[in-house]
Design a binder for this molecule. Sequence first.
Ligand SMILES: [Zn+2]
Ligand SMILES: [Zn+2]
Length: 426
Amino acid sequence: MNNKAAGVQSIREALARHNEEDEDEEDKVTDDDDDDEEPRACGVCGDLAKGYHFNALTCEGCKGFFRRAIKRSTQLRCPFLNKCSITKNNRRSCQACRFRKCQAIGMRKEMVMSEKEVLERRTRIKKKKLLNAPVQLSSQQEETIQELLCGHRGTFDSAFYRFSGFRPMDRNILPGSEFASEPSYASSLSSSSSLSSSSSSSLCGAFENQESQEGEQVRKGGVFTALPHVADLTTYMIQDIISFSKSLQDFRSLNMGDQISLLKGATFEIMQVRFNMVFNAKRGTWECGHFTYCIDDAVRAGFQPLLLEPLFKFHHTLRNLGLQDEEYVLMQAMSLFSPDRPGVQQHAVIDKLHENLALTLKTWIDCKRTGPEKHLLYPKMLACLTELRTMNEEYSKQVLQIQDIDPDVIPPLIMEMVSKSPFDDL
Ligand SMILES: [Zn+2]
Ligand SMILES: [Zn+2]
């Protein structure tokens, strides 16, 4: 006897289980480990036995017979004397004696699984296969990421080289000069009373010392001093985001109305994701080439703590996730392809695109990320997207308020983005 045969007693159970996995695919050869062994005979009928079934060495025919007999509720009866001898050729002639022989050689009915158990087992096996399969980005997903990266890099000027011709910032930062900010703004922001009256102020920390003035002095002049520059910066960002969207095949394939609806819905969010890529969390500033912005610039442009406070927190939270470019662009795309924006017609198409992007992001993280915090990254990114949505509404509201107070400063493109009505062309 060779080693394989000698080990049969101990692996019998395992083998029996193995065979049951395939029990209702009876036509298949379920066991191929006997090719170099002596042919073995079925304990019931003497036919060629391929392996152990329900605890005994049997042929495929007797395996199926036993399983069907167990599942059948009717009593089997021998028309003769209950002692028919069962052979390969006559095994069909007496079911009762064949069944008796099955039991006599040790076939166990408790090893036959019910339909439910079979299903459960199937599910378990499938799950196990999924879990064990190495996670890999599909070529489609790789392409998606490449297209997004390419589109992003072609339309995001992270050094802000093309940044010229803007109306000047009130604090008159000269190109090339270093702007030092103090990271103390967050506290003054939460006291919610830090609107500036000074048009020459250049330090965030300076606002801490100011009394609550509710912006009266700023409004007296009818001017939010940083607004012209911030409005131009925003227009510049919006134009780039439109170009980014237009660079994507999936976006171009949508009808014009939906393209507009998606852009109107997502521009603020994508803008913030892009600004986050240049956010310095230590200093609380946005480093845009030779310009460095702090949150006070937004205050002097007329924005209120109800937006700026969560926005500042958002930038810290997102920056601290340490995202890679691939993750940043997928976030932008997920925001862009949101099926539930007002006015969207091709809901199902956009929903599918969004789902694919979400799956790509999840797979990307599974493949490329390591470390214990890996599993939390995806839900944290989703939470950031949700947070952006909330701020999106507040942003639109505040832009409209600023426009009321300080008309003629905000360019039409921004007004179109925040308005509820559709606009005509891009
Ligand atoms: Zn047999
Ligand atoms: Zn019989």
